[in-house]
Write a protein that binds this ligand. Structure first.
Ligand SMILES: [Cu+2]
Length: 110
């Protein structure tokens, strides 16, 4: 299944190569001491995505997505971002690796 998804992602990336020249579609996720919001973010398919992640709490957090192969540690008060390649339609889960049971959500591409 993972290989299948990778093949799909590569095909999609080739088809949407021109999308890289455009400004990314931006979404924001706020992490605060074991909570994340919003937990569901809808994005367009075939467009580069900038995920702005901020930690407004007093504990370190780690934005992580196994499916998207991204991770970013954020100390208290830190804001950063990760860029995602254009996505195929589907749901991509993410979580705060330091607060896995309470801070998690998904990015829905459609
Ligand atoms: Cu991690």
């Amino acid at each position: 299944m993972r290989k299948h998804l990778l093949a799909l992602a590569l095909a999609s990336a080739a088809l949407t190569a021109t999308a890289w020249a455009e400004e990314p579609y931006e979404i924001k996720i706020e992490f605060k001491d074991g909570k994340a919001s919003p937990t569901e973010l809808v994005v367009p398919t075939g467009k580069k995505i900038r995920v702005v992640v901020s930690n407004t709490g007093s504990q370190a957090v780690e934005f992580e997505s196994t499916q998207l192969r991204k991770e970013k540690v954020l100390g208290p008060g830190v804001t950063s971002s990760v860029i995602l390649a254009p996505l195929s339609a589907g749901e991509y889960t993410w979580f705060d690796d330091f607060h896995q049971t309470t801070a998690k959500g998904k990015i829905i591409a459609k």
